[in-house]
Design a protein around this ligand. Structure first.
Ligand code: BDR
Ligand code: CA
Length: 303
């Protein structure tokens, strides 16, 4: 069983990633933490509580940063709806949060863990960067950082920048250059992690969790349900932990632009012409059919 911490900004694809991660017996989710991203921090935190309540999980939850390091905060409510998880009538939650900021709570759990922990980030990297800069001693207890972010094709906020990196490029730069083993899933792969309209209709028939995800998916604007399908960006990180053979990777140097009109853009030195250094393991291919079959199989096993 692999111990993980997930830092998230639910968000509809986040909700689906959490659904699978919290319920798969091969993963032990030590805690969740929330960050401002798709919607503001109050909404992302309430949404994380709703998912934990839905599956009756006692996974600890900590609230993180409400703003990026330096840049002005911009949300993605045009894709995820005003509250970030519109479409399903979750009851209000009475769940209590951990008392400290996410970076402190992550540090406490990582240092207390006997085995190394994997940090999975599926929102902007603000909390992760704070963790690594406030408590660099955690690095020796981290096995890997698995990130959904960046693009080496077009962007989804402008012509080149992906949302999670664009929100907080300074934080992304800190984590990517932390010296830790970083595995990163950018738009080259995640825009091809698709569920088609037929798949989404199937999700609806897959029990209580399937009905909940179906309601969220029908309110999600990440992709085109009538044409190519909906993009399951964040789920790629969880799929990788469970079925890494679905992806192909290349070790490379990934640079993040932090200023000016290109801020949030990531550039990969895939041909090795710029430097011999390699700071990430970049996902470069996905087996689309295997991904789709895996995701539907995971949902069908949920209670
Ligand atoms: C990323 O941005 C968010 O909208 C999604 O949840 C995902 O984490 C995709 O660019
Ligand atoms: Ca996300």
């Amino acid at each position: 069983m692999r111990k993980i911490i997930i830092d998230t900004d639910p968000g509809i694809d986040d909700a689906a990633a959490l659904t699978i991660a919290l319920n798969n017996p091969e993963l032990k989710v030590e805690m969740l933490s929330t960050v401002a991203g798709n919607v503001n921090l109050d909404y992302t935190t309430e949404n994380a509580k709703k998912i934990l309540d839905f599956f009756k999980k006692d996974t600890p939850l900590a609230k993180g940063n409400s703003l990026p390091m330096l840049r002005e905060y911009e949300d993605a409510s045009q894709f995820h709806g005003e509250t970030g998880m519109n479409g399903f009538d979750f009851p209000g939650s009475k769940r209590e949060l951990l008392p400290e900021h996410a970076a402190v709570e992550m540090k406490n759990r990582i240092l207390a863990s006997e085995e190394k922990v994997t940090l999975v980030t599926i929102g902007p990297l603000t909390n992760a960067a704070l963790l690594l800069s406030m408590y660099p001693e955690v690095k020796q207890k981290l096995a890997e950082v698995v990130i959904m972010g960046g693009s080496t094709i077009d962007g989804n906020t402008n012509t080149s920048a992906e949302f999670n990196i664009k929100v907080d490029p300074h934080a992304a730069q800190m984590v990517i250059n932390s010296g830790l083993p970083v595995t990163i899933f950018g738009l080259r792969v995640t825009t091809r992690a698709l569920l088609t309209k037929t798949d989404i209709e199937k999700v609806k028939t897959l029990g209580r969790a399937g009905e909940m995800l179906y309601s969220l998916f029908t309110h999600y604007r990440g992709g085109d349900l009538e044409k190519a399908g909906l993009m399951m960006h964040d789920i790629c990180t969880i799929c990788y932990l469970l079925k890494p053979e679905i992806f192909k990777f290349q070790q490379t140097q990934l640079e993040v632009a932090v200023d000016g009109p290109a801020a949030g853009t990531t550039v990969a030195d895939l041909a090795g012409r710029y430097t011999a250094a390699k700071n990430v393991k970049l996902a470069v291919e996905i087996d689309q059919k295997q991904f789709r079959d895996w995701m539907l199989a995971e949902i069908s096993q949920l209670k």
